[in-house]
Design a protein around this ligand. Structure first.
Ligand SMILES: NC(=O)c1ccc[n+]([C@@H]2O[C@H](COP(=O)([O-])OP(=O)(O)OC[C@H]3O[C@@H](n4cnc5c(N)ncnc54)[C@H](OP(=O)(O)O)[C@@H]3O)[C@@H](O)[C@H]2O)c1
Length: 339
């Protein structure tokens, strides 16, 4: 399995570390030899070696803030020209998310699929906005488009839905899809005001300096759209669903809900209503007896309602270097080792 890493930030480097750490397991358990043959990053530059690049050296340079182009395998070109030129089987797309245009990630993914390369991405933009076009292209080219890391990072929600629950009819998927807002709501339960908790979340690195994507619910909305398309095979777009964030919830409202045995959670959900697929993102009062109510801090959790098993709940991390790197690793194993 010859890989190209497109984007060598937190997730790209997290995956690179896992590939080094788990090299033996990949060979012994899956008969899979993974070789990173190229990396392209906006500021760090691009490298390519058909025989495999020195991943340890690439990580060392990236961590010390140096450019990859200092390596002997310097490739004089951007991500698209690397994908077009390189001899590789699969790309890992882990550049930044632009939820309005989904670029440049969609261009990277499209270029790879057109060339007959498998793709895994952790980038919500292309999957929320262009899933059907990209999945159709992948099918035409006989390759796989996987995106486990776009929802709940490495916690295997999409694989659970796609494979482990095969044969069940899913009627609803509902959960806490954004760790930042769950952290804020959890802290507000101690009586702290929204603005103070947001500031703390920013200091701890949980929230961005411009926190809109999290607190207004847009991040959860992109994930709801991805789940809707995965579960129900629809051509949903984020604009199809109503979306409300947590900015209007006061610590008094949270205390009041608690006194009634309820807890506020920002809930993203998708369900089938007759022939229509519906979705929404909004704060909800969840009864304390429900599994989602007990999920605190930056953790994510989703309850899947099925005809055969009833409710199945999965709880786990929704972000992180290792966690999201792992989502790409498991997709690589699915393509290369479980065929
Ligand atoms: N981190 C998480 O926990 C997590 C969880 C789930 C999903 N994700 C998603 O995974 C993706 C990567 O996240 P991250 O945390 O690794 O972000 P990051 O640390 O900001 O890394 C993104 C990398 O992509 C590079 N890049 C930007 N435009 C590029 C281009 N045109 N060509 C090549 N490289 C380009 C950036 O380069 P420069 O910095 O050099 O400009 C940066 O190194 C994002 O879409 C994110 O939403 C992340």
């Amino acid at each position: 399995m010859r890989l190209l890493l497109i984007g060598f930030g937190t997730v790209g480097q997290g995956l690179a570390e896992l590939l080094l750490e788990k090299e033996q397991i990949l060979t012994d358990q899956y008969g899979l030899k993974v070789q990173v043959v190229g990396i392209s990053d906006m500021l760090k530059g691009s490298i390519y070696n058909a025989g495999g690049i020195n991943l340890q050296q690439a990580l060392k340079l990236a961590k010390s803030g140096k450019k990859l182009s200092e390596m002997p395998d310097n490739f004089d070109g951007d991500a698209v020209s690397l994908i077009t030129t390189a001899d590789a089987d699969m790309i890992v797309e882990a550049t930044y998310t632009d939820i309005k245009t989904a670029e440049p990630a969609t261009m990277h993914i499209r270029t790879a699929l057109e060339k007959g390369m498998h793709v895994t991405t952790t980038n919500k933009g292309p999957i929320a906005l262009f899933y059907h076009d990209l999945a159709k292209l992948a099918k035409e080219k006989g390759v796989q488009l996987l995106y486990e890391g776009t929802v709940m990072s490495g916690t295997p929600l999409l694989n659970l839905i796609r494979e482990t629950l095969a044969g069940c009819t899913i009627t609803e998927v509902k959960g806490i899809l954004n760790g930042t807002t769950n952290y804020i709501l959890s802290e507000m339960e101690q009586g702290l005001a929204y603005d103070d908790v947001l500031k703390k979340a920013q200091e701890l690195g949980y929230a961005e300096a411009v926190p809109d994507a999290d607190v207004l619910g847009w991040d959860a909305l992109a994930k709801v759209t991805i789940i809707a398309n995965t579960v129900f095979g629809e051509q949903c777009k984020p604009d199809d669903f109503p979306c409300k964030g947590i900015t209007e919830i006061s610590s008094e409202a949270i205390a009041d809900a608690k006194s009634r045995g309820k807890r506020y959670k920002l809930i993203g959900k998708v369900w089938r209503d007759g022939n229509t697929v519906k979705g929404s993102v909004a704060p909800e009062e969840i009864d304390m007896s429900r599994p989602l109510a007990g999920v605190m801090g930056a953790t994510n959790a989703v309850t899947i309602t099925t005809d055969t098993l009833g409710d199945v709940t999965i709880v786990g991390p929704g972000a992180g270097r290792n966690e999201t790197g792992y989502s790409a690793l498991v997709d690589i194993i699915h393509v290369g080792g479980l065929r």
